[in-house]
Design a protein around this ligand. Sequence first.
Ligand SMILES: Cc1ncc(COP(=O)(O)O)c(C=O)c1O
Length: 446
Amino acid sequence: MTADTHFAETIQSISAKDSGAAGRYHALSGDERKKALEGLGADELKTLTRLIKDAKKNSFAAASKRFLEIAAGNIKTPVYLIDETLIEENMRILQYVKDRTGCKIFHALKAYASFATFPMMSRYLDGTCASGINEARLGYEEFKKEVHTFGAAYREKEIRQILRYSDSIIFNSFYQLEKFGGMARKRGVEIGLRVNPGHAEVETEMYNPCAPSSRLGIVHDIFKEEFPGHKGIVDGLHFHAMCEQNSDVLERILKSFEKLYGSHIKGLKWVNFGGGHHITRDDYDLERLIKLINTFKKKYGVQVYLEPGEASVLNAGALISSVLDIVKNGADIAIIDASAETHMPDVLIMPYRPHIMKSGQPKEKKYTYKIAGPSCLAGDVAGDYSFDQPLKRGDRLVFTDMALYSIVKSTTFNGINLPDIGVVRDGGRVEVVRKFGYKDYRGRQS
Ligand SMILES: Cc1ncc(COP(=O)(O)O)c(C=O)c1O
């Protein structure tokens, strides 16, 4: 089929609301996608958004079976299993936002840094966002595209290397800007300031960058005094105030941000809307995000950056574990070879109850168990779950949505080994890309 025929078929299938339209759209080149979008009316664009979201949803539904099938095979546990094809589904959604808005999207390495899937991800995104020297270097060496670094405060002895790996550096105070800004400028690294946008809706204080007395972002009172004297050296503003949220929250944050900082944006190159956008979640309002970005770009004449982490790998990974033993103490307790404390620490910090495939709420199904880790921490418990069948030693449990903020946060506390990391390629082939052992544990002690 010629490119012209494919293009024509794509447009036809969008108009016909055909479920194959999403796949056809994604198969177009960048220029063709642009041309296709330019030719579509408002209703057709909305249709395309819906078709693209539906296609992603169907792929994810099919893949959950794949996690169970692999868990039922002879894969060694515990293992973080990342499904590359699912990450690619997420990438397509992010690419679609880029197509519709011309914004740039950087993957936040703090959420997920398994570079085995970076060659694929870097085909879709503009680069990475880093929190410091190691992430900046990983982004530079493994993702091989732009790197945008924000640190709450930089160390003098690291700044040269950070600048070497970064395309932009974002400062958290005017002191840091004065100290390191000249050096950044000399090296051709763009400069940003992180500001507190004055509004956030994150209920857990631990995850709220705008909580009272937060150190993250210059507050407006200080900004308005100091910025005019520094404007000449600043290329952009950055805010990050969201956590797993939809675009209605972004809309309210932008309202506050614009009220406080809008008069200072003219003449800048970019505004970075940070992370926390749950763009790849099924109920995420993509059309609203697209509208917000396009309106903002038009109003201020700046580029818009997004730096989501979770959205890149949402629901694209699992932690597969095995039941080691079952003990009783007023309840049936299954001790597994994965630990909440060391392998999924957000379960205890946030806290939240991770989902286990084919399980229900306590007592919802016939057999209820407390699922607990092998460490000596009394609270190393994932939660209470029920199952249709009694659990047996050797049974496999599949914890869902474990690609994000789990692998990057895992530890060897208690001398517990780190799970292997496996990647499902091409929708089926499993490649174990990393195994850990005693050396990794010992290497972190002295
Ligand atoms: C500055 C900054 N950017 C981006 C992110 C990524 O956020 P998320 O993974 O929730 O999208 C974070 C997360 O804490 C952050 O602090």
